[in-house]
Design a binder for this molecule. Structure first.
Ligand code: PMP
Length: 384
């Protein structure tokens, strides 16, 4: 009968530009020390878990209804948090929220990118940016960062005038290098963007501050510049500082008009009642979570100092990038894969990423970092 007839082979009409693509993501391996995706190593404390459970239970009782489409309460909580963190007065109308800053940035590209338009960033930088561009049919162009991974404001301004992008993405602190941008550089980029005319409009500048809470004293947040540049937006996430990567909550702060543009492209009810409840609950524990961030910052600084004292097998010192984030980029190694594999063999997973020869390690607990240090010394000794 027709049910047992063999199914003929069928080719799916995948867009040609996706034919050779693989899904994004670092290897998910089950090893004791995970220092590969810049997570917060500390699980939420039992007090945080209890508040989340309570709020999620409340949301569950109303789950026959769709959630608040505009997530107004959560956006106000996020605005209040950012006001405390940056000293800038903010309201829920200035804030947008979605499932991770990944989705926030996709909304930005959906609203401001598109066919015939270009998105611009400066490499090396976050490897998801070209994917947002690809998925929204936006052309993708990269300028360069300097050898120390800083951004030359003149090069940035020149590139913006040449490329005439609709969207400029600047990660600060940058992934995978850890580099934070001085306010003057962000201002130079915003000013250059205001010189570009795209059908009577100006490019938008998005400063991706996923790691902002880990910045060192004296490094300002671009949130302070929002008042002066209506084409500027700053994105943040609860994945890192708030130890909530599993909750998927990212957000953006910008002018009212900017936020309204993102509301057009979001899916209806994109942010589940459960996510809104869990994120709001975690925000209430801001103080204890920020104390943990201070611990991680100190561990990061100690890791940078330790790495700077280490030697490659040929006796030369490591190169170690300045870091304002919860990870450190170090190298360079003639065979970085061998170093990465050697660490993995000893139960420590870090990330093979960044320019040739460099490796990136996320900051873990003191015990995890001790295991990392011992393993690295051993791996390099074996290579001599
Ligand atoms: N921006 C940067 C620079 C990142 O490194 C990451 C996470 N690796 C993100 C954005 C996305 O984070 P999330 O979607 O978890 O908010």
């Amino acid at each position: 009968d027709q049910h047992s007839a063999p199914v003929p082979p069928v080719r799916l009409p995948l867009r040609p530009e996706l034919a050779d693509e693989t899904p994004y993501g670092a290897p998910q391996l089950d090893v004791p020390v995970l220092l590969n995706v810049n997570e917060n190593p500390y699980p939420p404390g039992e007090d945080v878990v209890a508040t989340i459970a309570e709020e999620v239970a409340r949301a569950a009782r109303g789950m026959n209804r769709y959630p608040d489409r505009d997530a107004t309460v959560l956006r106000q909580d996020l605005a209040d948090y950012l006001t405390l963190e940056t000293g800038v007065d903010l309201d829920h109308c200035d804030v947008w929220a979605a499932n991770g800053s990944n989705e926030v940035m996709l909304h930005v590209l959906q609203a401001f990118g598109g066919p015939g338009r270009t998105a611009l960033s400066f490499a090396p930088t976050y490897s998801m940016y070209p994917e947002y561009a690809r998925d929204t049919h936006t052309a993708w162009v990269v300028g360069r960062r300097e050898a120390d991974f800083t951004l030359d404001p003149d090069h940035a301004a020149r590139t913006i005038r040449e490329v005439r992008p609709s969207v400029i993405l600047l990660a600060s602190p940058n992934n995978p290098t850890g580099t934070a941008l001085p306010a003057a550089t962000v201002e130079a980029v915003c000013a250059a963007a205001l010189e570009v005319d795209i059908d009577g409009a100006h490019p938008v500048v998005v400063v991706d501050e996923a790691y902002a809470e880990f910045r060192r004293p004296g490094t300002p947040s671009a949130v302070a510049l929002l008042e002066r540049y209506p084409n500027l937006a700053v994105t943040r996430t609860m994945s890192k500082a708030f130890a909530a990567a599993g909750a998927r909550l990212g957000y953006l702060v910008a002018s009212n008009d900017f936020v309204d543009a993102l509301r057009i492209v979001r899916l209806p009810y994109h942010l589940s009642a459960i996510t809104q409840a869990a994120a709001g609950a975690a925000l209430r524990h801001r103080e204890s979570l920020m104390a943990q961030v201070a611990t991680l910052r100190a561990e990061r600084d100690a890791t940078v100092r330790w790495l700077r004292q280490q030697r490659r097998p040929d006796g030369t010192p490591f190169d170690v990038a300045e870091s304002d984030a919860n990870f450190v980029l170090f190298g360079t190694f003639a065979d970085r894969h061998a170093v990465w594999q050697g660490l993995l063999d000893r139960g420590v997973l870090i990330r093979e990423t960044g320019p040739d020869g460099w490796l990136r390690v996320s900051i873990g607990t003191p015990a995890e970092m001790a295991t990392f240090r011992e393993a690295l010394v051993e791996v390099l000794r074996n290579q001599q």
